[in-house]
Design a protein. Structure first.
Length: 453
């Protein structure tokens, strides 16, 4: 294996890890007795190795996270060097890794989002973005989209517009959900993209009016919703949201935890929508490809100035942790030096997009192909005419389980959500690797086709 383990040693270590895991580890989002988690023994580039030593092409990027790929030598070295130099400091002290990471991030975020508050991950970033917006505006409500994911902590899960909110919502969150644009599954039978933009913006403005504009601190949305299905906003929608925020004094929070740092073929997904700048932008994952936990909020000058002479009431022991921010410095630098964002754009436009659309031509189970860069989703259906999903919203199905198993058996690891297969390899994916994944998908989708009517 690439980490130097022999196959026998890797299998022995994996067997012990599995046994201890099942005895002592409590898993996220799971019925503990019903899961059979896969062991990862090693990883390199776009590949991971399971507990048996089988190599799998990682089209999941480990929860859409390792944009720079696995075990990038410059990032591994940066973490090792930082560990040798300075492992931890309290956040009130300056540390050079954090300063440099903040500069590199601020230089890339859109507009003048020049101040960075660091967290340990995406959900905390969302928590602090909402807190900043509430304190800045003196208002309490937050609007968020149905079909969205914003994290597992208290405010973030209440903002989330997917079924994971249902058991966690105790009705005291001051969050109101609205329907963003989603032409393929709109409940309102809009015609084309421009009508869908109009419908979604009219609905949002009505929601604002009925909730009371003076009570609304922020609108939170993913610039391109990720886990919910990679629905690219139609032209004019995000500009319209920006205009509504300006009209009513509402803070625009763009959640780029999944879509940021190259995933869509630009540093941030919002750059696909010219002239739209959020007031707050949340990030995590791709900022350092998850080598050490890190997230944060990029803050506009106006919101930052609110706290020039008033204390910001929030903080974290590990805010801007040296190991995490050293990994961010190395990741962002390598991504820039090695043209990794450009690679994501190119592979998406030239290989993944055309390849997935070609699959849709001969697999009746593909209802729609959506995406950009290395951020794609296949909407699998039982019937193209009725668009009946291959698994129900919030659930799974034997058909989906079989397709995913067929991918894995053939050496491809997928990110799956309900009836969707997400094609989200690392941004470094090569043409050959992308084609290898497409070929496996082609074969696995024949399993899904058998469940179509
Ligand atoms: N926001 C978005 C858009 C996400 O996709 C995620 C995680 O997938 C989060 C927030 C939460 O991030 P974390 O799991 O790091 O808390």
């Amino acid at each position: 294996l690439p980490n130097g383990l022999t196959l026998t040693a890797a299998r022995q270590a994996a067997a012990r890890a599995y046994e201890l895991d099942r005895r002592h580890v409590f898993h996220s989002w799971s019925a503990q007795a019903q899961i059979d988690p896969m062991t990862i023994s090693a990883s390199q580039g776009c590949y991971v190795w399971d507990g048996e030593g089988n190599r799998l092409l990682d089209f999941s990027s480990q929860l859409v996270n390792t944009n720079i790929g696995h075990q990038h030598p410059k990032v591994v070295a940066a973490v090792q060097q930082q560990a040798a130099k300075l492992c931890t400091v309290a956040p009130q002290h300056v540390n050079d890794a954090r300063s440099e990471a903040a500069r590199l991030i601020a230089e890339r975020t859109p507009g003048e989002l020049n101040k960075i508050f660091f967290t340990n991950g995406g959900a905390e970033a969302v928590e602090h973005a909402v807190r900043l917006a509430r304190l800045h505006t003196g208002r309490h409500k937050v609007l968020a989209r149905y079909r969205s994911y914003h994290g597992g902590t208290e405010t973030a899960i209440n903002l989330t517009g997917d079924p994971r909110r249902w058991p966690n919502d105790h009705g005291n969150s001051a969050v109101v959900h609205f329907f963003g644009p989603f032409l393929y599954r709109t409940q309102f039978h809009a015609g084309d993209e421009s009508e869908e933009t109009e419908r979604a913006l009219a609905h949002l403005e009505q929601t604002i009016a009925f909730e009371g504009p003076s009570t609304i601190a922020a609108i939170v949305l993913e610039s391109i919703p990720g886990t919910a299905g990679i629905m690219i906003p139609p032209p004019g929608y995000l500009a319209g949201v920006r205009a509504l925020c300006d009209k009513y004094g509402i803070i625009f929070i763009a959640d780029e935890v999944m879509s940021g740092f190259g995933r869509t073929g630009k540093w941030f997904a919002i750059e696909h929508f010219e002239g739209v700048t959020p007031d707050l932008l949340t990030f995590a994952k791709g900022v350092n490809s998850g080598y050490v936990p890190l997230g944060g909020v990029a803050i506009s000058p106006a919101i930052a100035a609110t706290f020039d002479n008033r204390a910001y009431p929030g903080g974290l022991t590990y805010s801007g942790h040296p190991l995490a921010t050293a990994a961010a410095v190395a990741t962002i630098t390598a991504m820039a030096d090695e043209g990794i964002v450009e690679n994501a754009a190119e592979i998406g436009a030239r290989v993944l997009g055309p390849g997935l659309r070609e699959l849709a031509e001969h697999h009746p189970s593909i209802g729609e192909v959506r995406g950009t860069g290395v951020f794609w989703a296949l909407e699998l259906v039982r019937d193209r005419a009725t668009r009946e999903p291959l698994a129900p919203y919030g659930g799974t199905s034997a058909a989906m389980t079989e397709v995913v198993a067929a991918c894995r058996a053939a050496g491809l690891l997928m990110f799956v959500n309900f009836n969707r297969l997400h094609v989200v390899p690392p941004c470094i994916v090569s043409e050959a690797e992308a084609k290898e994944g497409l070929a496996i998908l082609d074969r696995a989708l024949t399993v899904a086709d058998q469940h179509t009517s």
